[in-house]
Design a protein around this ligand. Structure first.
Ligand code: HEM
Ligand SMILES: *[C@@H]1O[C@H](CO)[C@@H](O)[C@H](O)[C@H]1NC(C)=O
Ligand SMILES: *[C@@H]1O[C@H](CO)[C@@H](O)[C@H](O)[C@H]1NC(C)=O
Ligand SMILES: CC(=O)N[C@H]1CO[C@H](CO)[C@@H](O)[C@@H]1O
Length: 312
């Protein structure tokens, strides 16, 4: 008898308590216009600045890989207490004003209903489609976290090896194929020269000669820490050209180039480079899965009123 109760608890009650109950259309009755509002604000901003796709993709990644997708990346520091966004890895994450703008419109439509964590996931989805990438459904119902600390940020650095990067991704439940697919997000966006300094200088590091010359020239101006695009071919289009570029030793970040050099990841790179349709499908699977990492649901966390501060 007792065993039966325990079994019932284990198989039925506990999984609900752990709460992997995100679902597509979570706001369909509580805030029916939520997804449309997000889309409208993202589209309006995208028309003026196509680089928001890159900003949002990176923000989504940095959010999900620290404490799960709980909008902890959005919290501003307090005096004597630095939040996630202050870490060196986070220093250049951008798009915070866009999230604020979306949140403001949503609060007017439905008070304290749509989480900041869901806003990041939905806005990322919309911006990917606007840049020519796939359209996909995003399960929602995330809640916003109550902790954001610079000390918890342990994100991969650009010089990391494929196997060390995989240790981090694997610890979040992602496969090698999913990792290589997610790094395909580097098909859009930029890097600051400070992240590629040692790679440019290292003559023995595999790099296309023309690219090295170009990077030397652009990154020569030290004072301002200039930026260069990550995908030299189609930097504003969400496509699979990134993989073809790294096969030609034209990866800009060291980790990007490593994907095409490591024998295990190279297989995935070759297949994604050859098939753009398959890249789109696989990216959807991988980014939706990333969006579920350690989410808060149900009564956990809160729905922040201002994405930058905890409701006190
Ligand atoms: C091993 C994993 C990864 C490493 C080491 C890495 C590293 C970096 C670095 C150093 C930059 C340059 C940032 C700057 O200078 O502003 C960057 C940019 C970017 N990353 Fe990653 N990244 C990784 C994985 C990912 C993933 C999984 C995604 C999304 C799914 C992503 C999306 C982006 C985007 C879109 C940009 C361009 C940002 C912009 O234009 O502002 N990255 N990444
Ligand atoms: C401040 O510190 C506490 C831990 O002492 C932490 O839970 C909180 O999220 C921190 N961050 C901010 C920005 O308040
Ligand atoms: C330069 O690149 C080579 C090849 O990847 C690597 O073995 C070496 O450790 C690098 N040297 C420095 C100083 O980073
Ligand atoms: C833009 C931003 O938040 N920059 C901060 C990044 O982190 C350093 C400390 O690690 C701060 O000094 C910057 O102000």
């Amino acid at each position: 008898m007792q065993t039966t109760i325990l079994l019932i608890l284990f198989f039925f009650v506990l999984p609900l308590a752990v709460g992997d109950d995100l679902r597509v259309g979570f706001y369909s009755s509580s805030c029916p216009r939520a997804e449309m509002i997000v889309h409208q604000v993202v589209e309006r901003n995208f028309i003026q600045d196509g680089s928001i796709t890159a900003a949002l993709l990176r923000m989504h990644f940095h959010d999900c890989f620290v404490r799960g997708c709980d909008a902890s990346i959005l919290i501003d520091s307090k005096k004597g207490n630095q939040s996630e966004k202050e870490s060196v890895a986070n220093r250049t994450v951008r798009g915070f004003n866009l999230i604020d703008e979306i949140k403001k419109v949503l609060e007017n439509a439905c008070l304290a209903t749509v989480s900041c964590a869901d806003i990041i996931a939905l806005a990322t989805r919309d911006s990917v489609a606007l840049a020519g990438g796939p359209s996909y459904n995003v399960p929602t119902g995330r809640r916003d976290g109550l902790v954001s600390s610079i000390n918890e940020v342990k994100l991969p650095t650009p010089e990391i090896s494929v196997s060390d990067a995989f240790k981090i991704f694997n610890s979040k439940g992602m496969t090698m194929e999913e990792m290589v697919t997610l790094l395909g997000a580097h098909t859009v966006g930029i890097t600051h020269c400070s992240f590629i300094e040692s790679r440019i200088k290292n003559e023995s590091f595999s790099m296309d000669g023309d690219l090295r010359n170009k990077l030397f020239e652009v990154c020569g101006i030290k004072e301002r820490d200039p930026t260069v695009v990550l995908d030299q071919k189609t930097p504003f289009v969400f496509d699979n050209e990134f993989y073809n570029e790294i096969l030609l030793r034209r990866g800009v970040l060291s980790i990007d180039q490593n994907l095409a050099l490591d024998s295990i990841s190279k297989e995935v790179v070759t297949s994604l480079a050859a098939n753009g349709v398959s890249f789109r499908e696989k990216f959807v699977g991988a980014v939706v899965k990333m969006g579920k990492i350690d989410v808060l649901t149900g009564n956990e966390g809160e729905i922040r009123k201002n994405c930058r501060v905890f409701n006190s």
